[in-house]
Design a protein around this ligand. Structure first.
Ligand code: HEC
Ligand code: HEC
Ligand code: HEC
Ligand code: HEC
Length: 504
């Protein structure tokens, strides 16, 4: 998440207002805008646990519509795992993941998607699941049979070729398609899912102008990078944002050159670090005096050349009368506008999943107690003897963690419940439906002090954990769900009169 902040700061400093890309210096209208999403992975929205959650298919929908309201024609393309985020889904999660994927396919169908290149997790699902999903999609799924598939799209005056490449495909199978695409298209875009190396190899194929990469092991969006003869793009994951490519076609048949401020800023950053590095080395060599004079001279010349290049980046982007690409990334923060129709579909989906899980898992019991295991009793059972602690806890975030989910119809959602209840799936603990008549909802005393039935029964004889090391907290406060977690500062807020300090 921290990296996102950098990207945000960068795009702001470059003057593209959040959520409203202004195009190249806000002036001329692009020939076409290509909106890209990669590695959506079935995410309808972020969980909401973190400090600056990004994403939400309702926000994505609003952004796509806003682009379409602009003067340039827009084409929307998706690559990488789109409906699922793992190849093998735990049996208990299959139903929920399937419903999720279906809701997503329905919502995307309302957004006029030109094509999707599904990733390996999508492709690994059982064929009946895939058939049902395809039936719920009004857009093509590329390269589901064969190594590669070519789709020609006319957008405004631009003839766009989209080549979907199956993960792990033979590059030789792609070449003829790319050549044929190149012959009668203005711009050829390859959609892939795989490693950086796979993408570079595709970018090296004659005729390919853009490579859109899914499956990149990077959280952040990627500024246009050279990959062979093409420009490589990755639009982040989990729907946290979208990449928009403004295509300016001035001369049919001429190559496209990347003119993005974003790439220039990345290049400037790289040059700054190289300059600092080389500058330091040169002064060390000068001091040591044991470096050959000619070598030193050539290093100084290199430094001067880098400086020149860096200086040039401070000026305005060189103008071009040729074909240009201008790439921006639009994050989808909490305050980004939402599409109300899509939001309503999501809320309906939450309710359907919640109701279905409540029924489907009605009999799901926690693992039985093994020898030496102690059962969970719930925080109310501690209140009689630890009244001040209980009174304090009831007012804290932990004390109403379940309500947080109930308010969103997510208390039976398998993606959420585990960290918002006590003793989840532990022997003698709770499950998605089984919480001893709500005794084990919320993050109770026993989430930190361990199961307490024996101690509550007989405190004189049986103790309970007093210390709660960081390892206890990070079972829930992990990077994905608690980005700002810091053990000492978080713990400090919990040591108060009545809980760790003498009662007032
Ligand atoms: C019947 C009364 C009673 C109940 C019920 C009870 N406790 Fe205690 N608890 C005690 C007593 C007595 C002590 C020891 C006195 C002391 O050191 O303050 C104690 C001590 C503790 C300590 C400190 C342990 C230590 O080693 O310093 C923790 C933590 C604690 N209890 C948690 C809980 C939790 C959690 C529950 C509910 C699951 C609970 N207690 C239920 C009476 C009770
Ligand atoms: C069983 C999961 C779980 C464990 C274990 C857990 N927490 Fe939490 N914690 C949560 C959840 C969930 C929330 C948010 C609840 C809400 O607001 O709905 C939270 C919230 C908090 C907050 C409030 C943060 C805020 O912004 O208001 C603090 C502080 C905190 N936890 C500290 C800790 C510490 C310290 C530990 C370990 C000693 C710990 N937690 C262990 C799940 C857990
Ligand atoms: C891995 C554990 C974990 C899972 C799974 C999880 N949460 Fe959380 N959630 C937390 C923790 C920890 C916090 C507190 C974060 C903090 O303040 O640092 C939290 C906080 C929240 C908050 C913020 C509460 C507030 O008032 O600030 C919301 C909302 C929330 N979670 C909803 C959800 C939803 C919805 C899901 C399922 C999609 C979910 N959580 C899944 C651990 C989890
Ligand atoms: C999120 C984790 C967490 C939860 C939930 C929690 N505690 Fe604690 N508890 C702590 C921590 C941390 C300490 C302080 C330990 C230390 O000083 O290192 C503590 C200390 C205590 C102590 C020892 C106090 C003393 O003065 O020695 C008692 C008793 C206790 N907790 C009872 C409870 C009870 C009862 C509940 C529920 C009503 C509860 N705690 C909920 C983390 C938690």
């Amino acid at each position: 998440m921290r990296c996102f902040l950098t990207v945000l700061a960068l795009s702001l400093s470059l003057g593209c207002s959040r959520g409203q890309p202004t195009g190249r210096r806000g002036s001329d209208v692009p020939t076409v805008r290509i909106a890209l999403v990669t590695d959506l992975k079935g995410y309808l929205e972020p969980c909401g646990c973190t400090s600056d959650p990004l994403g939400g298919i309702d926000r994505l929908a609003a952004q796509i519509r806003a682009l379409r309201d602009g003067p340039a024609p827009v084409v929307f393309v998706i690559a990488g795992d789109t409906f699922f985020d793992t190849a093998t889904i735990e049996p208990v999660r299959v139903d929920q993941a399937g419903r999720n994927a279906k809701t997503l396919a329905g919502i995307l169908s309302g957004l006029d998607v030109a094509a999707v290149l599904p990733g390996p997790s999508d492709r690994a699902q059982p064929s009946d699941t895939l058939e049902a999903l395809k039936a719920a999609s009004d857009f093509p799924w590329l390269a589901m049979e064969g190594d590669a598939e070519l789709l020609r799209v006319k957008v405004g005056s631009l003839r766009l070729a989209v080549v979907g490449v199956r993960p792990g495909a033979d590059r030789d199978a792609v070449k003829p398609l790319a050549a044929s695409a190149d012959a009668d298209s203005d711009l050829t875009m390859a959609l892939v899912d795989g490693s950086r190396r796979d993408a570079n190899r595709l970018g090296a194929i004659e005729g390919v102008d853009l490579v859109v990469q899914g499956g990149l092991d990077e959280d952040d969006p990627v500024a246009p990078r050279e990959a062979g003869r093409a420009w490589l793009l990755h639009a982040s994951r989990q729907g946290q944002g979208l990449t928009v490519v403004d295509v300016y076609q001035k001369k049919t048949g001429a190559p496209f050159v990347d003119r993005s401020d974003w790439s220039r800023a990345e290049r400037a950053r790289l040059l700054d670090s190289q300059l600092a590095d080389l500058g330091q080395k040169i002064s060390a060599w000068e001091k040591s005096g044991d470096v050959d004079a000619a070598d030193l001279e050539s290093q100084r010349a290199r430094l001067a050349a880098l400086r020149g290049e860096r200086q040039a980046l401070n000026g305005p982007a060189p103008s071009t009368d040729g074909n240009a690409l201008y790439v921006t990334w639009i994050p989808l923060p909490k305050n980004a506008p939402k599409d109300s129709t899509v939001e309503a579909l999501m809320r309906k989906h939450d309710k359907v999943v919640n109701d279905a899980n409540r029924v489907a898992f009605a009999n799901r019991k926690p693992p039985p107690l093994g020898p030496g295991d102690v059962a969970y009793v719930g925080s109310a059972a501690c209140s009689g003897c630890h009244q001040p602690a209980y009174a304090w806890w009831s007012t804290t975030a932990h004390g109403h963690a379940y309500r947080t989910l109930q308010e969103q119809n997510k208390e039976y959602n398998l993606d959420c419940v585990g960290c918002h209840v006590t003793g989840y799936e532990r022997p003698g603990g709770s499950t998605v439906t089984h919480n001893r008549d709500l005794a084990l909802v919320n993050v109770g005393c026993e989430s930190c002090h361990g199961p307490g039935a024996a101690h509550a029964e007989n405190p004189e004889e049986v103790g309970i954990l007093r210390d709660t090391p960081a390892s206890t907290c990070v079972q829930c406060h992990n990077a994905q769900h608690s980005d700002l977690f810091d053990y000492e500062s978080y713990k400090k807020t919990m040591i108060v009169p009545g809980h760790g300090l003498p009662p007032r």
